[in-house]
Structures are given as C-alpha cells and as structure tokens.
Design a protein around this ligand. Structure first.
Ligand code: BTN
Length: 324
C-alpha cells in the first residue's frame, strides 16, 4: 500500500479523532521515516490535517478532487479497483481503459477523469462531463461467462449505481432498462458497456459509468436539460465525490462477483429497482420494433418481452422508445 493511502486509511478508521504519531508510523511500516513528508504532501493536495502537540494528527477536511490514494483508502472490494487511475482530462475514460486492456491490464482497473473532452453515451450520443462535477469513469472486466451473457454487466452496474445512491444519499434511485438510473423520472446516471472478443469468448469488457453528482441545472447541455438531474439537485447538498466513488466501486464489486457466480441474486435486486418491469414497452432493435409487456430478466441479462400474441422476445441492446 502506498504511504498516502495508508495515512488516509488510518485517518478514516479514526473517524475524525486524533491519531498519535507512533500509530501513524506503525501504519506506514518501512515508510515510517517519510511520515512528515507524506503529511505535507497530503496538505499540499488540499487535505486539512491538524497537528496537536499532545494528541497527534487529525483529518479535518478533504479536497473536492478525485485522488487515487483516497479512493483506494476508502475502498472495500476484491476485484474492482485493483488499480485506480485519475486523470485531469481524457477524451473518453473508456478509450483509456480499452488501450490498457489491449496491453494486458488486469481485471478491476478503474480510470476516472475530472472531465472528458469526448465522453460518449449509447447510440453514438455525446456524454457531457463537466469538470469536477461528476463521476466519469470506466472499469475493465474480464468475465468468464460467454459473450451472450454480456447484458449481465449492465444489469450489475445499474444495480450498483442505484444501491449506492439509495444507501449513501437516501435517494429513491430506480433503474430504467437497459442502462439508465433515474430519480423522480429524471436521469442521474448512464452506463455504456462495450466488449471485445471472438465468437462466444469475451476478451474483455469496459463498463463506463457517468454519474451526475454535483452538477447544477446550468451544467447540462440544452438537449438533456429537461430530462437530467444530479445528486446535488435531488438532495440539495454538495456531495463528497470520493466517498461516492468508493461506495460505487464497492457495490459494483459485490454485484459483479454475484453476476459471475449467482446472477439470480442480482436479478432479484434489479427487479425491485427497475421501473420498466411489468410495463407495456416499445423497444427499437435495429430497424425492428418490439411491443409488449416487459415481464422478466433472462439468466443472460436480456429483457424478456411478452408480445400480444403471447410470444416471448429476448431483447438485448435495444433502445426503449416508450414505456406505459
Ligand atoms: C448513456 O447513458 O448513454 C451512457 C453514458 C456513459 C457515460 C460514461 S462517462 C465515463 C465513460 N466514458 C465515456 O465516454 N462514456 C462513459
């Protein structure tokens, strides 16, 4: 563990209380001699660290910027977040992850950007990523299931986003099939799952997540302003993006491992959270339109739609154009 991460982890465990320097040195192990320099570096990054002659050090404030060591210090996960990188700006975080995946990066790599110049959404749309206002990131996965089960990844990611917002921000976040997370009917997050492989084999998947955290209404581009929202707008409070990032990665880790081993458990969470289920829907898949009742999720993650003639359609990757 890097020294900065070890110090921050010790501060979070202390939960705002003072920590004796000996304790911090013990946490740092072989890097104990660098304690003063590391604390200075954290202060330079914007952390408020108070020093008391008798009690030691205390973390009194954190900066509003994404920092690798801080995300890792708060992370509780096994696969996702094995490596965390933060860039000030990228074209698209999904392109960065794809490039690293081709060079053999390990599963679990997460790349965040404070802003993206070419953030993209589904169906070739742009994704606006105002600087420092959201969580714009992509995760590298190397799932062991066949390519036909790729929709499980979007299901797992959407459950993770909705649960994070519910558990951390007490928001009534819901999933709109296939990839949107909504609050009071407005979109707060979108998921873009892209895969590379051959035949039935997935070489790797990149799951890109865009979550509007501290966006104000004026931050949204005009074409989505009426249908988009953010955690700040919904709660009325500025959010700690690092805390939300760590929560989201930890929830995604749980959901992803379940999607590999016991997808039924993710399906039942999804069914509780999804507003599309049980509704009459119209889905466009290529130039086909499928109409019927969204009745269940298949074990491969596809949506099952019962048409008026009773026939079941197995729908992946379409665009939901109406929901009644
Ligand atoms: C959608 O709702 O259409 C999906 C939006 C996905 C946006 C995220 S932001 C991080 C990652 N990088 C991208 O370019 N897109 C995804």
């Amino acid at each position: 563990m890097k020294p900065g991460q070890a110090i921050l982890q010790a501060f979070y465990e202390a939960d705002g209380k003072y920590l004796a320097p000996e304790l911090l040195r013990r946490k740092l192990g072989p890097a104990a001699g660098q304690m003063a320099a590391e604390i200075g570096e954290l202060q330079r990054l914007g952390y408020t660290i108070e020093a008391h002659p008798h009690f030691g050090y205390r973390l009194a404030g954190t900066p509003d910027r994404l920092i690798t060591d801080d995300i890792k210090a708060r992370l509780k996960s096994q696969v996702i977040g094995s490596e965390v990188l933060v860039f000030e700006q990228t074209a698209s975080t999904s392109d960065v992850v794809e490039g690293m995946a081709r060079n053999g990066a390990a599963e679990g790599l997460c790349v965040f950007a404070e802003t993206q110049s070419r953030g993209r959404g589904r169906h070739g749309r742009n994704w606006s990523s105002p600087r420092g206002k959201g969580l714009w990131f992509s995760v590298l996965l190397r799932p062991t299931f066949p390519a036909v089960a790729v929709p499980r990844l979007t299901v797992a990611a959407s459950v993770a986003v909705a649960l994070s917002l519910r558990r951390q921000c007490q928001l009534d976040a819901r999933i709109k099939w296939p990839n949107d997370v909504m609050i009071r009917g407005k979109k707060v997050a979108g998921i873009l799952t892209e895969t590379r492989g051959e035949g039935d084999e997935i070489k790797f998947a990149v799951v890109g997540i865009g979550l509007n955290v501290n966006c104000q209404p004026a931050d949204f581009p005009p074409d989505v302003a009426a249908t988009a929202t953010s955690v700040l707008i919904e709660t009325g409070e500025e959010q700690d993006r690092t805390e939300l990032a760590a929560r989201l990665l930890s929830e995604f880790d749980d959901c992803y491992r379940a999607a590999l081993a016991d997808f039924m458990s993710v399906t039942s969470e999804w069914a509780q959270l999804c507003t599309t289920l049980g509704r009459q829907v119209v889905v466009a898949v290529g130039n086909r339109r499928i109409e019927g009742e969204a009745c269940a999720l298949h074990s491969d993650g596809a949506l099952l739609v019962r048409k008026d003639n009773g026939q079941l359609e197995h729908v992946t990757g379409g665009q939901l154009i109406a929901e009644r």
